[in-house]
Design a protein. Structure first.
Length: 201
C-alpha cells in the first residue's frame, strides 16, 4: 500500500552504532497509524562508503523485513539537513514528519500527529516544550522545532540545504522556520513530550 505520509530521521556513525538506535527506529516503524506511512532513515554515502555493509545488523534486518521502512542514501553528509531535503526530493507530494534519532515515540505518536494534521492540513506542526499554542503571520517567527515537525507537501520555500549550510551553519531548525515564513505557511504546535521521549539516550 502506498504511503500517505513519510516519517524521516537521519543519523551518523557515532549515533547509529549505539545499541539503542535500533529500538528508537522500531518505535516509529511499529506505530499503529490511521493511514499507511513509511519510515525513511537518511544516511550519507560519504560517511558510509560501503553503505549497507556498514549499517548495524539489527537496522538492516528491519530494512529487509519491514515494508514501511527504507534507508535512503544521500551522497553528501549535510548533517541534520539530510533528514528533510533528500526526502522532499523523493516524496514531493507527501507530508513529511521529521524526528530525531535519539527520541523514542509513544505508541500513539502517529495517530496524534495525523489527527492534528487533518484538522490543520495546510499548517506546519511544530513540537514545543510545553503547552501547545497556535499563531499566524509574523508571530510565527517565535517558534522553533522541538523534537518533531510535520511539513505538509508544498509548505516550504524552494531553497535547498546548501543555502542553509552557508548562512545558517547547522542551525537547521531556524532555516526550516525561514522556509516556512517565506512560503507564508502558518503553524500549529503540539507538546512534543506528549508523543515522544525526548533525548531517550
Amino acid at each position: 500500500m502506498e504511503p500517505q505520509v513519510i516519517l524521516s530521521l537521519s543519523s551518523w556513525k557515532g549515533r547509529l552504532y549505539n545499541e539503542l538506535t535500533g529500538p528508537v527506529i522500531y518505535s516509529y516503524i511499529s506505530q499503529e497509524s490511521p493511514v499507511p506511512f513509511k519510515v525513511v532513515l537518511v544516511l550519507s554515502s560519504d560517511e558510509f562508503p560501503k553503505k549497507e555493509k556498514e549499517v548495524p545488523k539489527d537496522i538492516m534486518k528491519m530494512a529487509r523485513g519491514c515494508e514501511n521502512f527504507e534507508i535512503l542514501w544521500a551522497k553528501e553528509n549535510t548533517g541534520p539537513y539530510k533528514k528533510y531535503f533528500p526526502v522532499r526530493k523523493k516524496y514531493p507530494n507527501l507530508p513529511i514528519i521529521t524526528v530525531d534519532d535519539d527520541s523514542t515515540a509513544y505508541p500513539h505518536f502517529m495517530k496524534t500527529l495525523w489527527e492534528l494534521h487533518r484538522k490543520n492540513p495546510d499548517r506546519v506542526i511544530y513540537g514545543c516544550d510545553g503547552k501547545p499554542y497556535s499563531w499566524i503571520g509574523k508571530r510565527s517567527i517565535d517558534c522553533v522545532r522541538y523534537g518533531v515537525a510535520l511539513y505538509p507537501a508544498g509548505s516550504t520555500y524552494d531553497l535547498d540545504e546548501q543555502f542553509g549550510i552557508k548562512y545558517f551553519k547547522f542551525m537547521d531548525d531556524e532555516f526550516m522556520r525561514l522556509l516556512c515564513l517565506l512560503n507564508r505557511t502558518h503553524y500549529v504546535s503540539i507538546d512534543a513530550n506528549s508523543v515522544l521521549i525526548i533525548n531517550a539516550f
